[in-house]
Design a protein around this ligand. Structure first.
Ligand code: NAD
Length: 340
């Protein structure tokens, strides 16, 4: 580590790992030392494409760096993170943080004990449509979330809850500062061994309700999250990259920059006429992966807290696991009822 650069290595250079390599090559705070992948052919392809040495063993790469980015299949996250942390290296780890909650808790505790940074790749926190809402208070009573994808065999080794829904779970937990009181979920496996479609209703202790749907066999893509709160309705379109904030206003008020959605007439006896107006926030020109990796490197250089902590990753994983358990119980109940 020099005063302004972190020596970093990437393990797992498949679909997403390749993007990590590409971005780390471009980030001024990164000194990309090398890569590792158990598929030597794939490692060679990336080595040649980016001119970054492929190491024959992960241990050899770890020796040479200050930090590691773990972009291997989820089942291997724990072992790589553990090995790197034990060697005194900072870790960026893709989502879901680990396979089990216990594994996640263990690496979080160890990183804390050793004073190392551990950031989890919950990239939707840095979606340009979301970042555009900076400064808008999000304090929802009800959340509606849809993440629908067309089929792609990549990622189908885990249930859609762990692959896609976990993005929304993390986002929701970052806004609703209250424990989950109960879960009502169901899921269906259509073409892969685990659920391809899932829906859950998360009931929070503070009364907030989140209705979350994820599918990986949809005919068209949709990635939307809508927040309903007493003073506003906020709609975020992750795909389109635009967000809108709607609220009730007085026609006589200064509504500059706000578009009229519709007029409500008089709301309540003797009350003045009201209007629903909305403001559209165009997405920021930011590459989310570049941004989250830059924040990780900055947190090491400046010794500041990471943007998405290991604890955040474990919190999202705990809820995802509880949803999967609930789906299993629900499926069992349905089967039992059918067999009566
Ligand atoms: P992938 O299958 O395309 O790539 C995985 C790579 O890891 C392959 O090159 C494979 O050869 C290599 N690999 C497998 N086992 C290994 C091991 N034991 N040691 C070293 N390398 C190994 O998968 P992907 O889509 O790139 O996903 C990788 C990780 O990133 C997963 O945890 C996934 O959940 C996560 N992911 C996150 C997002 C996001 O939006 N943040 C998106 C996609 C994937």
């Amino acid at each position: 580590m020099t005063a302004d650069k972190i020596k970093i290595g990437v393990t797992g250079v498949g679909h997403l790992g390749r993007w990590h390599v590409q971005q780390l090559k471009a980030i001024p705070q990164a000194d990309l030392i090398g890569i590792f992948d158990t598929d030597a052919k794939r490692a060679n392809v990336i080595e040649n494409e980016f001119g970054v040495p492929a190491f024959p063993e992960f241990e050899k790469l770890v020796e040479k760096v200050d930090a590691v980015s773990v972009v291997t299949p989820t089942i291997t996250h724990y072992l790589y993170a553990l090995q790197a942390i034990k060697a005194g290296k900072h870790v960026f780890i893709e989502k879901p943080v680990t396979e089990t909650v216990e594994q996640g808790e263990e690496i979080v505790a160890l990183a804390d004990e050793k004073g190392l940074k551990l950031q989890v790749g919950h990239i939707e926190r840095f979606n340009p449509a979301f970042l555009a809402l900076e400064g808008i208070a999000i304090d929802p009573l009800f959340i509606e979330s849809h993440r629908l994808s067309t089929f792609n065999p990549r990622g189908t080794d885990v249930a859609v809850v762990m692959d896609l829904m976990i993005h929304d779970i993390d986002l929701i937990l970052s806004f609703v500062h209250s424990p989950v009181k109960s879960i009502d979920a169901s899921g269906v496996s259509i073409i892969s061994p685990s659920e391809d479609i899932a829906n859950c209703r998360l009931n929070f202790e503070n009364g907030c309700v989140a209705n979350v749907t994820a599918s990986r066999i949809s005919t068209r893509k949709m990635r939307k999250m809508r927040f309903f709160q007493p003073n506003a309705y906020i709609s975020v379109d992750f795909l389109e990259g635009a967000s809108e904030v709607y609220h009730i206003t007085d026609p006589a008020a200064d509504n500059q920059g706000q578009n009229l959605a519709f007029s409500l007439g008089s709301v309540g006896e003797g009350k003045d006429r009201k209007e629903i107006r909305y403001t559209r926030y165009e997405k920021k020109d930011i590459n989310p992966l570049n941004y989250e990796l830059t924040l990780f490197l900055q947190s090491i250089l400046k010794d500041q807290p990471v943007a998405v902590s290991g604890k955040d990753g474990v919190r999202a994983l705990r809820v995802a696991r509880a949803i999967l358990k609930n789906i299993e119980e629900h499926a069992h109940l349905v089967k039992t009822q059918w067999s009566i």
